[in-house]
Design a protein around this ligand. Structure first.
Ligand code: SAH
Length: 242
């Protein structure tokens, strides 16, 4: 498999177990299906995806990868859970989506193989499942072209996010299987911003994702206290050389 140790096999096992349900919009993956148009439009508003080369790290069954390819991007989705990748590949084949490929490779290994390759890198709902998120952020910085964009989304770590994202989503509303999110691994926006800064990425903007359990709807807002998106850019010119 991959030569880097930045993976938790128990995390991959959780997703592999559910892999056959990735494309069932009423399954455990319902929240991802519901937030997908919101995050897709937000990304596309910062950088129109048509004609861009895009890397989707931790792509799972390909919910976002496929949607970005439909916008006209040339997309490579990577993950380390083979079952999920098989589901993603099959779905892309059935849906006859052009310019969409999947590979089982870690972000860190791909960064060594193909540095500075992608116009856009996305890494959604994945950082909170890896032992060393900063290593993935560094890989993103290496993989994106100078002047390119990187988009992250993850879960904040505070009392409210514990209540909403763990207790509420996993134990009260049963939106997600119990044990999906480990509180210790959730990442504050300030921590993610610090990882980005030390990787040489400039913060461009953040957006919160909110959920109303009564209407069962999600929307984007300025409230980043639970689930949030972050857009960063690799500077176009190497500052030390400038
Ligand atoms: N990004 C997708 C799926 C999020 S679920 C979406 O938002 O729709 C989290 C994904 O991260 C799972 O597919 C899981 O297999 C993957 N993952 C967990 N650890 C990983 C690692 N170290 N490297 C690559 N992918 C990983």
């Amino acid at each position: 498999m991959n030569s880097t140790p930045n993976v938790d096999p128990a995390e991959l096992a959780k997703f592999s177990e559910l892999a056959h349900r990735w494309w069932d919009p009423e399954s455990e993956f319902r929240p991802l299906h519901q937030i997908n148009p919101l995050r897709l439009e937000w990304i596309n508003a910062q950088i129109p995806l048509a004609g861009k080369t895009v890397l989707d790290i931790g792509c799972g069954g390909g919910i976002l990868s496929e949607a970005m390819a439909r916008k006209g991007a040339d997309v490579l989705g990577i993950d380390l859970a083979s079952k999920s990748l098989k589901v993603a590949q099959l779905h892309a084949l059935e849906a006859a989506v052009a310019k969409l490929r999947y590979r089982e490779v870690s972000a860190e290994d791909l960064a060594i193989e193909s540095p500075g390759t992608f116009d856009v890198v996305t890494c959604m709902e994945m950082l909170e499942h890896v032992p060393a998120p900063s290593s993935v952020v560094n890989a993103c910085a290496a993989l994106v072209k100078p002047g390119g964009w990187v988009f992250f989304s993850t879960l904040n770590r505070n009392a409210k996010s514990f209540l909403f994202a763990v207790v509420g989503a996993e134990y009260i509303l049963n939106l997600l299987p119990r044990g999906t999110h480990d509180f210790q691994r959730m990442i504050r926006p300030s921590e993610l911003a610090a990882f980005c800064r030390s990787a040489g990425l400039d913060l461009h903007g953040t957006r919160g994702m909110e959920y109303n359990p009564l209407t069962r709807r999600y929307w984007l807002s300025d409230d980043i206290s639970v689930n949030y998106l972050m857009a960063v850019r690799r500077p176009a010119i190497n500052r030390s050389a400038a």
